[in-house]
Design a protein around this ligand. Structure first.
Ligand code: FCB
Length: 440
């Protein structure tokens, strides 16, 4: 790596991230069905209809995986807790085995000197709650508050940090407007409701955790840099709207108690009654903000229905999943989040990394392209630190290859290679390079 730990402030933390459905093996350990199981079982949604039944079998290989984190010289492990593993039907009965698992995970991290950073919801909604309308139903805020209480009453006292929901944009827009993720809806009314209820649930969850006396609570948002397709005012407007519903909507809700005007032109008529009265809950103070960043999009206007625009392919080098590599976007979002919204709160890059068609050859994976990607993005993080932006950590997505949602098991995002037949883990060149850079 070009940079090492010593190039960053002394209290800067490095980590790696995963999520429950993507690694644990959801058919095991008494977890309930989730909307991802249903979505994957429906033809056309997921490559080869692959699901998280076995995934990386992390449930049974947790110790080995935690050792990888320790040996990689990471400070933080960002993981998530599956709602359906803890409460198989989403409400009511608790699966003791699930709760025990997360407690062993947290204790295993602490034993190894690692900081546990929990996310309560990384997308696997229990099927029974999906039947009741899922994120479209306002009651989800209270269901989620109850789930928060169950999990955090057990592990909240030992966490380094906690965040309610991973990437509200994906839960709202990607899953209810574009239909690319579970529950695979393409419905503007569902989208408006989901986007608002996610923030309401976020706020309720923060309240519950505060009530339990927990500290270091945050929110994790994902961002895509937007470039207008040309220099016309129409393209600028299209790009601003994309930026509005992707990058600004959730930050505005939490920090400015409002939603962007250009977004509300389209979503306004579909919002649930009384949404304007929810900002006391939504703007519940948080202690930090996490940014997930991967790529940028080029947006062109068109004469179709709102939002009147579409993506066009860009010229930059791309990752295995076709995402353009654009490191400057990470710097831009750190600066904008700090100056425009969080105004001094600590920021963490909670996800960054690349998919690459890695191959295991003679027991080794030479992922030079990933090392380069990390070099470039870490350099932008360092620049942000040098410019006085309070970035306090950088976490790589992902510790290991895993279930990449609708793209199944093809895209490899890991620092550690996983053979999905034998389940053998093999640290890649990027893992070794980072471990050397992060050595104390
Ligand atoms: C993020 C998700 C994560 C993973 C990466 C590639 O949007 O949070 O689960 O899929 O993208």
């Amino acid at each position: 790596m070009n940079l090492t730990r010593r190039d960053f402030p002394a209290d800067f933390l490095f980590g790696a991230a995963t999520s429950s459905y993507q690694i644990e093996g959801h058919a095991q350990g008494g977890a309930g069905k989730t909307h991802w199981d249903n979505f994957a079982a429906t033809p056309g949604n997921v490559v080869r209809a692959e699901n998280g039944d076995r995934a990386c079998d992390h449930l049974n290989r947790m110790d080995e995986d935690l050792d990888l984190l320790k040996d990689g010289n990471f400070d933080v492990y960002r993981f998530s807790t599956s709602w359906a593993r803890v409460m198989p039907e989403g409400r009511g009965a608790v699966n003791a085995e699930g709760l025990d698992f997360y407690e062993r995970l947290v204790d295993g991290l602490l034993e190894r000197g690692l900081k546990p950073a929990a996310t309560l919801y990384h997308w696997e909604l229990p099927s029974q709650l999906a039947d009741l309308g899922g994120w479209r139903n306002r009651d989800i805020a209270n269901w989620f508050a109850d789930f928060t209480e169950v999990v955090m009453s057990r592990i909240g006292d030992r966490l380094w940090s906690a965040a309610p929901i991973n990437e509200p944009w994906c839960v709202g827009w990607l899953s209810h407007f574009l239909g690319h993720h579970a529950p695979g809806m393409r419905d503007i009314r569902a989208t408006a409701r989901a986007m608002h209820h996610i923030l309401l649930a976020h706020g309720r969850s923060i309240q519950v955790m505060r009530g339990l006396g927990m500290k270091n609570l945050g929110a994790v948002f994902n961002f895509e840099y937007v470039t207008p397709a040309d220099a016309t005012p129409e393209a600028a407007e299209a790009a601003a709207l994309y930026d509005g519903y992707y990058n600004r909507f959730f930050l505005s809700g939490v920090f400015n108690r409002s939603y962007p005007e250009n977004v509300m032109k389209g979503l306004g008529p579909h919002m649930p009654n009384g949404w304007q009265d929810d900002f006391d809950t939504i703007s519940e103070p948080v202690d930090w903000v996490g940014l997930n960043y991967y790529t940028r999009k080029i947006i062109a206007p068109d004469s179709g229905p709102w939002p009147h625009h579409h993506e066009v392919p860009g010229p930059l080098p791309k990752t295995q999943v076709g995402w353009e590599i654009f490191p400057d976007g990470l710097y831009a979002f750190l600066k904008r989040t700090h100056e425009g919204y969080t105004r001094g709160l600590p920021l963490y890059v909670t996800e960054n990394g690349m998919a690459h068609a890695d191959r295991l050859v003679d027991g080794q994976v030479n992922d030079a392209a990933r090392i380069e990607y990390l070099n470039e993005h870490m350099a932008r993080v360092k620049r942000a630190c040098d410019d006085g932006i309070p970035v306090k950590g950088y976490f790589v997505w992902s510790l290991m290859d895993n279930y990449e949602w609708a793209l199944g098991y093809d895209p490899r995002f890991g620092l550690v290679h996983v053979d999905f037949d034998s389940l053998q883990r093999t640290p890649k060149a990027s893992y070794h390079a980072l471990a050397a850079a992060l050595a104390r």
